[in-house]
Design a protein around this ligand. Structure first.
Ligand SMILES: Cc1ncc(COP(=O)(O)O)c(C=O)c1O
Length: 442
């Protein structure tokens, strides 16, 4: 890369940064200029251990040669082909490989460019599916409090993070929400799946009764809610949701944007919890985060419901200019090869007990009010400073960065999701750093 592109520009004002405290950042910027495997390099030449896989996406670690080479080669060979009414082999190949690894029955893949687009796509497939079957009165979508399904209008409508919704008007109509599953009084400091709260799934029955099942199209949940601060489903909760959906002919959508591709120690959250949804949204780890891409998986019967009418007609009026982009597909194929060659889709299961013990060793650190973990995901919830919510965790984030570890915070919760190539010594490094940080922050 020309060196000038890696130098900090004199003026940082033009770039309106996403989900960022812009003014704070621009006063004291934190810039990465390189990355390799488990580490970032900062502009002042420091190494920062990646405790978050970027944004839950770089599951195989950074700048993996196979992925880099695949992208370079594809960019030189076929950079772009129209996504509508035209094809290119690598998109079909990638879809086949994805379906091969997906839970039983998820036979079709629709490509998008992000998690948010995957969610919009899944919601639209669900609505259009019922209509294609002659059941168009099913228009309601059920999400969950504290759910995160990206930032587009469908996603924030079914999502349940107040700050992401309150500025944006009336959102989609016909949406209702399940209660979240966070029960700190019963479940604090649980290792893995909490014991209490499966009955919260029964709230779906109540909502369905209120609206009548004949109006409900789909329920969307994250198998493990990540962005809200890692909420792990109570034992049996997802199975119960599945049963209630089946009873009422409602589609179950799993938003696997962060749980997909090995995060829990299984290829997908559906595998971990042994619950197969009807539609599954993915993104992030599908290309190791290197190229924007998402993939929505659908069961055969859903796909097939669209495949009728005159054959020259488009069956589903939806898609993106970059759906199945050749370079993204090349990155995705190389990513799957890397995952498979290195056993990364199940490596989280081997490391999970060590990870769990390491995280829970922070139980007695100052201001820790809960610790949660599953697979290679962890959360440390802190007591908020009175009158200044989010400040303590944000200070911890800044201090950890100074000390050479990248963590993520949401509210007063520290969320961790390191690359699946992490070594035990690096787990210790993260936890030791956090212990120091928690001892130092106010
Ligand atoms: C569960 C879930 N769905 C959707 C998204 C949105 O993905 P993107 O930021 O790629 O649009 C995210 C992002 O964190 C997510 O965690």
């Amino acid at each position: 890369m020309p060196d000038r592109l890696n130098k900090r520009p004199n003026d940082l004002s033009a770039f309106w940064m996403p989900f960022t405290a812009n003014r704070q950042f621009k006063q004291a910027p934190r810039m990465f200029v390189g990355a390799k495997d488990m580490h970032y390099t900062t502009e002042d030449g420091r190494q920062v251990l990646d405790g978050t896989s970027g944004l839950w996406c770089v599951n195989a670690g950074h700048c993996r040669p196979k992925i880099t080479e695949a992208i370079q080669q594809q960019a030189a060979e076929l950079d772009y082909a129209p996504a509508f009414q035209m094809g290119h082999p690598i998109a079909f190949e990638f879809a086949n490989r994805l379906v091969d690894m997906a839970p039983e029955g998820m036979d079709h893949v629709f490509f998008t460019n992000s998690g948010s687009e995957s969610v919009e796509t899944a919601l639209k497939i669900a609505l259009a599916y019922h209509r294609a079957k002659g059941d168009g009165s099913r228009f309601r979508l059920i999400g969950r409090e504290r759910g995160y399904h990206g930032v587009n209008f469908g996603g924030i409508s079914v999502g349940g993070i107040v700050a992401n919704r309150k500025m944006f008007g009336t959102l989609l109509t016909g949406v209702d929400h399940l209660p979240h599953t966070h029960l700190p009084e019963q479940n604090s400091f649980t290792r893995g799946e909490p014991e209490h709260g499966a009955d919260l799934a029964d709230e779906l029955g109540r909502i369905v009764t209120l609206h009548d099942a004949s109006t409900v199209a789909a329920v969307i949940v994250e198998p493990v809610a990540g962005s809200t601060g890692v909420l792990i489903p109570p034992k049996g909760y997802l199975k119960r949701l599945r049963e209630i959906c089946d009873k009422h002919g409602i589609l179950l959508i799993f938003d696997e944007v962060i749980t997909g591709f090995g995060r829990l120690g299984t290829p997908f959250g559906a595998d971990y919890f042994d619950v197969v949804p009807d539609i599954m949204t993915t993104a992030k780890g599908v290309t190791n985060g290197v190229i924007p891409m998402g993939a929505v998986f659908a069961k055969k019967e859903i796909h097939d419901a669209f495949m009728n009418g005159p054959e020259h007609l488009i069956e589903f009026f939806h898609g993106y200019t970059y759906s199945g982009n050749p370079i993204a597909c090349a990155a995705g194929l190389a990513t799957l090869e890397t995952y498979n060659e290195e056993g990364l889709l199940t490596r989280g299961a081997e490391l999970a007990p060590y990870w769990e013990d390491a995280l829970h060793s922070l139980k007695d650190a100052p201001n820790v009010k809960d610790i949660r973990n599953i697979g290679l995901v962890g959360a440390i919830e802190l007591e908020s400073i009175a009158g200044e919510p989010t400040k303590r965790a944000f200070s911890a984030f800044l201090k950890a960065y100074e000390k050479g570890v990248l963590i993520r915070t949401t509210g007063d919760i520290i969320a961790l999701s390191p690359p699946l190539i992490i070594e035990k010594g690096q787990i210790d490094e993260i936890v030791d750093c956090l212990r120091d940080v928690l001892n130092e922050v106010e």
